[in-house]
Design a protein around this ligand. Sequence first.
Ligand code: MN
Length: 307
Amino acid sequence: MRYAIAIVKEPPEPPTHLPRTGLCVKLNPLERGILKILVSNDDGIYARGMWLLAERLKQGAEVVVVAPDREQSGAGTAVSLHHPLRLHRMRPLVAGIETYSVEGTPSDSIILALGTVLKDGVDLVICGINEGANLGNDVLISGTVGAALQGFFHGIPSIALSVAAIKEARFEAAAELGVLLAHQVAEEAIPRDILLNVNLPNLPAQEIQGIELTRLAQRSYADVVREGHDGKRKYYWIVRGEPQWNIDAGTDIWAVTHGRISIAPLGSNLTQVAIPPHFGELLPRLWQELRRLGSQAPGKVDDAEGL
Ligand code: MN
């Protein structure tokens, strides 16, 4: 190991609200003999980061790769419901790894994998290693996190693993960390019903400053539209605007911009916990206004008491 690991805070209590789906039939690798890991991504089936991770994981686990047939970065949690999906068994880039490409989104890949080739369940889902950060509000459009979320929905320990690289990502430390986290899952040191969003700075392993348990930063983009003309018709291109972010200590962006690894445990509950002040006073006004509109409409809305 070439980099120091010091978890600076206690891990949170495992969430208990998730119903088990029965898909992960038996997760104890000690009983099953070997850890079974589903590896996927949103960068496409040929992505270098995913194959480095798969190769490392294979040294101590059974690895199955199921990933989109092309890059799908930014696909978020999209699931294909309106057309049939196809799964292609293909020759792996690393010998001995059962590999499938999916004509679909990253989330489709996980759902298909768990519903077909991995019906007996898996012990861990890892999505990555993504080339590019998935930090702050961006987790909501990240195909890497979106795919890992599907594992989480099935009650399987799930990890999204990314390197904060613009180009020429250094995947080494991320691959090592992926293996270490898989070991932690094998030893049941990580709660089962958990989704970890892991981001590494794009640094050589020996230059990484540490590892932090973090919360998501409030990073917001105003995506902007650029117009062009292809000679026949106008086209539009959505491009990222200048990010606005806070980099408070304890956030994922703070960690990565300070040369540290960020591990942010995520849940699926997006409800804002702190209700804005005076919000409660708004509700009676809204209700009054709705009633007024309803009384003007031709078919009057039923005045339900107590709503
Ligand atoms: Mn990506």
